[in-house]
Design a protein around this ligand. Structure first.
Ligand code: F3S
Length: 754
């Protein structure tokens, strides 16, 4: 089941029928995003226009993809829903649980030993419920999806934030929490607030050292990590069509870093070339028949301001390579301006590692262009100053790049070729014995995220994000401020040399090749397959339904008031904790341990209102739970940004937190809180965040009147007895309020299947 051509034909038939209707109800020409959204309505043909940024709409996605870390909880939940088979084509990809240490062969062997319990569980659940299973080492979910499943005009959801990568092949592909995936696997609609639309017009053409990565690094600078929230970013213009399909994938991939719902590009010849090169001639043929539906109406791109909520224009001919970071992907520095900035900020100038790969930049084109730089180090007798690490995106890319001598070039520079997996991108890089006390240093990588500790667990690692070719150049030079456009390097003979512009192949001239792609087709009838979860397992635990929180929250205590950035990494840390993803109670011991307590600016150190003592967040919360005391978490802007993990919602829920009140939410996390039957609320008056004190008690005054578009009122009682009454907003609709009342969305699904 590489892909289902009949399903794709059906999507195109629907598009042919529904796009005209959508144009009629909307009353104007349509963007590509609208064409895809309106042709995937759960209720079929569009009957009315939806208000962007306001209306909740039920959709019918064509596919689901899950990675191994998030699939555990998603499938544990799906098992609770009482179904025989997934309702929508679904795949599971084993990529997150593979540590990067010695190199591919040894690392994969060790992962297969240490995580066999989880891989076996995922393989057996997949086999039982008709889910395609990609074994460890087969590749990174988003590269494998792009190579095998993504198709122009399709809609997909995935239990990973970077599902959006498939926009490179013209999809609307959206990262969701496991609970959303479970809805769709169980044959239910998937609900999304109809997104706003941001148009990015790309003029000019990339050349020289500038790569597709620099487009998104620039967009991140313009929009910041919050700028895409609630919006689909649609790229168009001559600069868009001149880029490769995988380059478009890179741009869409990092749309997650600006908070965008997703990003997409219209169908063009680069996509057709990629489909044909990846053995999907029939998809390309079908797409060609409905070309007009796979891009916006011509009026839209001619007058984008009339059709998008915001328009940005970037001239690719003027764009320079960028380095974004450290610690946030929107802190952009143009090549050539790094020296002063790094000195002023005390960023370590010496670069110790250059990492190329991840789901963001691991295509054949990426590796071939980066290798053209690496080859120059050999030809020009340059000694590389930093170490190289490479993680290919898929076994197909790895096999083909090995066949074509590309990997060998890196190996000659003593690069470590890691497994075709996430590895160093997700804190799974065993770089140090003791990462917490590791030294301050800089690294450059072609990944997407660079939060503190993201790569190697070392809070002092300053990670900068760049294109693969710039990563290669900077690793060779070993200096953060190296500008390959102007700077010379001294080679082993003491001569000054410069690096030439990168060159490479969009697609392998001899075609893709792979011997063992790592795919396992599920049984047609999996009813006889037994899924075993040991009751003594540390890593997997069957779920028990949450009890409803109810409409009486009185005397709730403040657990933590989080200061500043609080991503899902801060709420549910990755790295070593990944091993407990399938065991809710055990992983809850990492609950909010990365969040900074606003009262002492420390992590994992909060005051217990029971004892008055300071202790870790999970331990303190378990004391409250044991005494039946409800608690509240308070947070800042864009709370829960970052990866889509629903553990960040399930853990507080499991430990007894009743509500999270913040200045603003990241979309996926807010939905996840709702799915788990919790309250996710925002301060009506942002300044009320400052009113919250360490010893506060919260009384919800009108929760019994919980209703859509109606503020809630909370009495905040301070330690001295004084009180403030604050208003909070919420975005719950009727259905979501029903989840809250049932205890969780899953409780409702199970009740319907009973
Ligand atoms: Fe994996 Fe990093 Fe992508 S964790 S899915 S390579 S963002």
């Amino acid at each position: 089941m590489a892909f289902d051509i009949d399903m794709i034909k059906k999507v195109y038939t629907n598009m042919a029928e529904r796009v005209d209707k959508a144009r009629e109800v909307v009353g104007k020409p349509l963007t590509l995003s609208e064409k895809i959204l309106y042709s995937h309505l759960w209720d079929g043909s569009p009957e009315k226009a939806f208000v962007r940024g306001k209306d909740y709409v039920d959709f019918a996605p064509d596919r689901i993809a899950c990675q191994d870390a998030t699939a555990q909880m998603a499938l544990l939940q799906f098992m609770q829903a009482g179904k025989d088979k997934v309702a929508v084509p679904t795949t599971v990809h084993c990529d997150h649980l593979i540590q990067a240490k010695q190199g591919a062969a040894a690392d994969l062997k060790r992962a297969n030993e240490t995580s066999s319990e989880v891989f076996d569980f995922l393989a057996s659940v997949s086999n039982k419920y008709g889910i395609g299973f990609w074994k460890p080492g087969a590749g990174i979910i988003h590269q494998v999806v792009l190579e095998n499943y993504a198709f122009p005009g399709g809609m997909m959801i995935g239990t990973d934030s970077h599902t959006v990568n498939a926009g490179g092949l013209g999809m609307v592909a959206i990262g969701v929490g496991g609970a959303d995936a479970v809805d769709v696997m169980a044959g239910m609609a998937w609900e999304l607030k109809f997104p706003k639309l941001i148009g990015v017009k790309l003029t000019g053409k990339l050349s020289g050292w500038t790569a597709p990565k620099d487009v998104i690094l620039k967009v991140a600078e313009i929009l910041t990590v919050k700028g895409g929230t609630g919006a689909i970013v649609e790229y168009f213009g001559p600069g868009a069509t001149s880029m490769s399909c995988t380059g478009k994938g890179t741009i869409c991939n990092m749309g997650a870093e600006i908070g965008a719902t997703t990003s997409t590009f219209g169908y063009d010849e680069s996509m057709e070339r990629y489909l044909r090169a990846t053995d999907r001639e029939d998809v390309a043929d079908e797409a060609n028949k409905v070309k007009a539906h796979l891009t916006a109406d011509p009026e839209v791109y001619a007058n984008p301001e009339q059709y998008f909520d915001q328009v940005i224009e970037i001239n690719l001919s003027e764009l320079l390579p960028h380095l974004n970071g450290p610690f946030t992907p929107d802190l952009a520095t143009e090549v050539g301006t790094m020296t002063e900035k790094a000195k002023a900020n005390n960023w370590p100038m010496k670069v110790e590692w250059g990492l190329i790969g991840s789901c963001t930049n691991s295509s054949y084109e990426d590796l071939s262009r980066a290798s053209s730089i690496a080859q120059q180090a050999l030809d020009k007798k340059l000694k590389t100053k930093a170490e190289f690490g490479i993680n290919p995106g898929s076994e197909q890319v790895r096999y083909t790049t090995e066949r074509d001598g590309i990997l060998e070039i890196f190996e000659k520079l003593d690069a470590t070729i890691f497994t075709n997996a996430c590895g160093p991108c997700i804190g799974q890089w065993a770089r140090y014995e003791d990462p917490k006390n590791a030294p301050k240093n800089s690294i450059v990588h072609s990944f997407n995220r660079n939060f503190a500790k993201r790569a190697d667990g070392n809070p002092n690692t300053h990670a900068f994000v760049a294109s693969p070719e710039m990563t290669a150049a900077i690793a060779i030079a070993g200096r953060l401020d190296f500008n390959p456009l102007t700077d010379k390097l001294i080679n082993e003979d003491g001569e000054e040399v410069m690096l030439d512009e990168p060159t490479g192949w969009e697609l392998p001239p001899k075609g893709f090749e792979v011997k063992e792609n790592g795919y396992v087709e599920p049984l047609a009838d999996g009813s006889g397959v037994e899924v075993i979860v040991s009751p003594t397992s540390e890593r997997l635990e069957l779920l028990t339904p949450f009890k409803p929180i109810g409409d009486e929250i009185k005397g709730a205590k403040l657990l933590i008031k989080a200061h500043g950035k609080c991503t899902t990494d801060h709420i549910s840390m990755a790295g070593p904790w990944l091993r407990f993803r399938g065991h809710l109670d055990n992983i809850s011991n990492n609950c909010l341990i990365g969040a900074v307590n606003a009262f002492n600016m420390k992590t994992n150190m909060v005051k217990s209102q029971i004892t008055g003592d300071y202790a870790g967040v999970p331990d303190t919360q378990r004391e409250y739970k044991a005494k039946g005391i409800k608690t509240i978490v308070v947070g800042d802007h864009n709370y829960g940004e970052g990866s889509s993990r629903e553990h960040a919602a399930m853990e507080p829920r499991h430990l007894g937190v009743a509500a999270v009140i913040v200045k603003s939410f990241a979309r996926i996390h807010e939905t996840n809180l709702k799915k788990q039957g919790m309250l996710g609320l925002t301060f009506a008056n942002e300044a009320d965040y400052d009113l919250i004190q360490e010893d506060d008690t919260f009384n919800f005054l009108d929760l019994n009147e919980f209703a859509p578009d109606k503020q809630l009122t909370i009495e905040v009682v301070h330690a001295d007895g004084s009180k403030d009454t604050i208003k909070v907003n919420h975005t719950y609709n009727e259905a979501q309020i029903a989840w809250y009342k049932a205890g969780s969305a899953l409780n409702l699904i199970a009740a319907e299947n009973a």
